[in-house]
Design a protein around this ligand. Structure first.
Ligand SMILES: [Zn+2]
Ligand SMILES: [Zn+2]
Length: 152
C-alpha cells in the first residue's frame, strides 16, 4: 500500500494523526522533544575554566534531550496548539510534560501521553462540532419569538 512512497525509518506516534504536513511542529517534527542544544546530545559539556575537562550537561540533566519549547512537547504546529491548548485538561498535561526530564523514560512518556491527549481533544472537538451543527439545524423551530413575551 506504500507503493512508490518513501516510508521514513523513524515513525513518530504523531504521524498517524496529522492530515497534512502543516500540523506538525517544525522544530521537533512532532517528536515533542529536541536534541539538547548545549551538548548536542552528547550529555556532556566542557568546563568553562578548563575546556579539556567535561562534566554532565546541566541544560538537559545529562539526558541529551530537552522538551521542545516551540510546541511545548505536543509536537503540534503553533496554530493547532493554540486551538487545542484551550482545553483545560490538555493544558494541564502540557504543563506537566514541559517539565519532564527527557531521559529515555521521559521521552517514551511524551510519545505515549501526547498522542493520547491530542486524540482526546480531537474527539471532544468533534463532539462539540456535531452538537453545534445540531443546534444550528434545530434553532429555527425551537426558538421562542423573543421580544413578545418579555416585560409582562
Ligand atoms: Zn545537554
Ligand atoms: Zn516541537
Amino acid at each position: 500500500m506504500y507503493d512508490g512512497l518513501v516510508v521514513p525509518v523513524m515513525m513518530t506516534p504523531f504521524e498517524r494523526i496529522p492530515t497534512d504536513e502543516g500540523t506538525l511542529c517544525i522544530q521537533c517534527q512532532g517528536d515533542g522533544f529536541l536534541v539538547c542544544f548545549r551538548c548536542k546530545g552528547t550529555k556532556k559539556m566542557s568546563e568553562i575554566e578548563d575546556p579539556s575537562k567535561f562534566r554532565d550537561c546541566s541544560e538537559c540533566e545529562a539526558t541529551g534531550y530537552k522538551p521542545c519549547g516551540f510546541c511545548q512537547t505536543t509536537g503540534l504546529a503553533p496554530s493547532t496548539l493554540k486551538t487545542y491548548i484551550r482545553d483545560e485538561k490538555f493544558r494541564k498535561i502540557v504543563a506537566r510534560m514541559r517539565k519532564i526530564k527527557c531521559d529515555e523514560d521521559g521521552r517514551a512518556k511524551i510519545q505515549k501521553v501526547m498522542p493520547a491527549a491530542i486524540a482526546e481533544v480531537e474527539a471532544k472537538r468533534a463532539a462539540v462540532d456535531g452538537r453545534e451543527a445540531q443546534v444550528l439545524r434545530a434553532a429555527p423551530e425551537d426558538m421562542e419569538p423573543t421580544g413578545t413575551w418579555l416585560g409582562g
